[in-house]
Design a protein around this ligand. Structure first.
Ligand SMILES: Nc1ncnc2c1ncn2[C@@H]1O[C@H](COP(=O)(O)OP(=O)(O)OP(=O)(O)O)[C@@H](O)[C@H]1O
Length: 264
């Protein structure tokens, strides 16, 4: 793996506000192609906020204001004229709680290509390939017309991953995708992430440090600093590097304190 990431996606001088509250300050991060990057840190340090900025999901929060830049293949996704729907097609997202649509398994996967008008020569084949990539095909191939809700939590999360890859993104953002799952379902999703890394760039927010250590090539550690006058806690990036370096030889005492469980 190269010392510096070969960036597909990069955040520079990223500052995020909710109304007058400064939630995240001055984040600079390059996300490497075909790598898994974990964002870790104590609750409220802005990990999910940063993640949501990476595909303009924060546009949907009316009080949110984003400053700085996020570039995808060197194009600023916040530039005038950029279509946020297209951004989210290319930079897909999987959420903490599996959220299949109230539709059949087949239609959950076919939905994105249909609504975005993607040219798909053979939808049956496309749905099958996406479900195979999400390691779900063998479990659902005989019940494609059944509701997505009929699946277990772990299967629903894999269905959501199949739905995300159906619109052919090259980056997948995952916000604590395993936090609601049992260890077996978690292991299945983690194995899947490692397989998907061959084709996709993955950025994951996780509270589970073992999970970051198991799957992530690089890890970014965030913390929150209280403002002296208001007491409001603003998130900031402390340290970013290879996961082994962050966990075994952190450069910053704040990282070391968090990793060793002294605070956070
Ligand atoms: N929609 C919102 N409106 C107002 N404030 C928000 C909103 N979303 C997040 N915040 C605030 O921004 C800060 C960062 O929140 P964020 O959820 O990004 O942190 P996090 O590190 O992902 O936390 P956690 O690990 O608990 O999920 C927190 O103070 C939070 O209360």
């Amino acid at each position: 793996m190269p010392k510096d990431p070969v960036p597909v996606l990069a955040a520079h001088d990223l500052n995020v506000y909710y109304g007058s509250f400064h939630a995240v300050s001055d984040v600079d991060l390059d996300f490497g192609r075909n790598e898994i990057t974990a964002l870790i840190g104590p609750s409220g340090c802005g990990k999910s906020t940063v993640l949501r900025c990476l595909n303009r999901m924060n546009d949907l929060v009316s009080s949110a204001r984003v400053e700085g830049s996020v570039t995808y293949h060197d194009q600023d996704i916040y530039a005038r004229g950029v279509d946020p729907i297209e951004v989210r097609r290319r930079i897909g997202m999987v959420f903490q709680l599996a959220n299949p649509f109230p539709k059949s398994i087949y239609d959950n996967v076919a939905y994105g290509p249909r609504v975005t008008g993607m040219k798909v020569p053979d939808m049956d084949d496309h749905v099958e390939q996406c479900l195979r990539q999400a390691a779900l095909w063998d479990e659902v191939k005989d019940k494609l017309k059944e509701s997505g809700y009929s699946l277990s939590g772990g299967q629903q999360q894999r269905l959501c991953i199949a739905r995300t890859i159906a619109t052919q993104p090259d980056v997948i953002l995952m916000d604590e995708p395993c936090s609601a799952l049992d260890p077996i379902a978690t292991a299945a999703i983690e194995d899947l992430m490692l397989e998907l890394r061959e084709e996709y760039t993955i950025i994951i927010v996780t509270h589970n440090m073992q999970e970051a250590a198991r799957v992530a090539d690089r890890t970014a550690f965030f913390t929150a600093r209280p403002d002296e006058t208001t007491g409001n806690r603003t998130g900031l990036l402390v340290e970013y590097g290879f996961t082994s370096q962050i966990f075994e030889h952190p450069n910053d005492p704040r990282t070391e304190g968090y990793i060793s469980g002294q605070f956070g």
